[in-house]
Design a protein around this ligand. Sequence first.
Ligand code: TXE
Length: 530
Amino acid sequence: MSNGIHLVFKAGERFATTNPATGACLADYAIAGVAEVNSAIARARQAQEWWGRTPLIRRAALLRRVARLLNEEKEALAQVITAESGKPLQEALLNDVLVSADAALFCAEDAASVLRPEDVPHHNLALRLKSGRLEWEPLGVIGIIAPWNYPLSIPAADTFAALVTGNTVVLKPSELTPQTALELERVVNRALDDEGLTTLPRPLQVILGRGPTGGQLVEGDIDKLIFTGSVATGRHVAMAAAERLLPVTLELGGKDAMIVLEDADLDVATSAAVWGAMLNAGQTCISVERCYVQRKLYSKFVSQCVQKIQALKVGPGADPQTDLGPLITPRQLHIVEQQVDEARALGATVQTGGRRLRELGENFYAPTLVTDVDHSMSLMCEETFGPVLPVTPFDTDEDAIRMANDSDFGLASSVWGSTRRAERIARQLHAGTVLVNDLISGFAVAAAPHGGVKHSGLGRTHGRLGLRELVRPRYVDVDLMPSMKKLWWYPYAQNFQPMAAFVDMLHQPGLMARLRASLKTIPLLLRRRR
Ligand code: TXE
């Protein structure tokens, strides 16, 4: 038994992947059992010995090479991603391949400044004859458990951050999108070869399988885990990790609010709302899951959004004309369908969509806009992860802030309207990221941290904060007068009063009082120390 899930591995078990648009079988793969997971971790640990000693300049060069290869192979990679995840080709190209290439370059360029030792100035006079500095060292082997919705960019950004900081990686991708992870491994290995870093074993190890394989990784000899997925699994993983004090970073999705003020540009805000809710068929942790519109704009906002939604072209992601692809699995479609049906039963109005598109295939759901919604509905409080835009009006800024913050999640949110007013609201929202007059794109800013508050998770990935989570600080303190015994060592006899004067000398208000106190410390200097 492990992290709430029984680890049942049958020797030789395999799993297959299917194309979400067509239902066609894509490939089948061997499941990594206990032995395979542990030997991948052992290889990563062995690799860390040489990789951790490889100078940063060479690690950065590897990531520059990776960025170049991702660019060279962008079209073929986008095809693999679309085949496995169902998303439109353009989304695979930009939100997976480009975001990954940017992350690689960011790591190559910024790691040096993050890893540079930092001076730690000493403020206390008695400690000034020492110099202190912080040094950063890799944690060791990083386990990454990744989801299917951004099958390249999520594991790639985490992998690159781990590699550039001198760690090695064991990656367990989603069982729905294993091929994309194997492509990532291939690109990294090719970059290692191109850079003359052919030493074995390799710093990135990929293990394939379902939940139990991930569970075994959590149980294995790793030094940190980065998990991206559902709240339920994240909680299991965190509990198993806590048992052995394994540090974890958790990215567990969101219920992101979009607030549209009356002074927002209506045309821009409606296009943003539709794209922000429908991107990747809504299967984006930072997609618009709730939209609050100031009453004056509300009815025009709804009718413009409906028009724009109805103009979307739904179809297989591989068709370059497609705006909106299928959901990943019938199970995911069922979650969406249930939430919309429940809202409808509780009085919500489906303005457009709200049904399966069976004529297109098993996993297609019509892009949907729902009004007359409230927070008693799961559509407004649980992650939907589907192409659904629930819209509701508000009156005052305070109402909008209260409604947006009334959620168990806090990943990202956006505010639309005049910049100053929107920024004032943004500062009051409980979320890891708040965008003003934009949405989603925070994830594409390689330098920006990604992560949330409340049930959206713990810690940060991406950016300088993400790099810092993959190193441990070591405080190094060097005494500049090694032949001198310290004034606070033994003996204590007759020390107390001069020491009290010493504290006065540092903290007594007024210069004269401090000078007087300093005279009383002279006996400290004259005393012989044992
Ligand atoms: O997630 P899981 P699922 C949300 C979204 C979606 C829901 C379920 O709302 O509807 O989660 O999706 C591995 N020990 N998000 O079922 O189960 C699993 O193999 C260790 C939000 O796909 O959390 C996969 O690699 N690992 C989200 C990964 O965990 C385990 C992205 C995620 O799977 C495991 C995806 C276990 N016991 C879904 N069980 C986001 N944050 O963006 C499963 N896994």
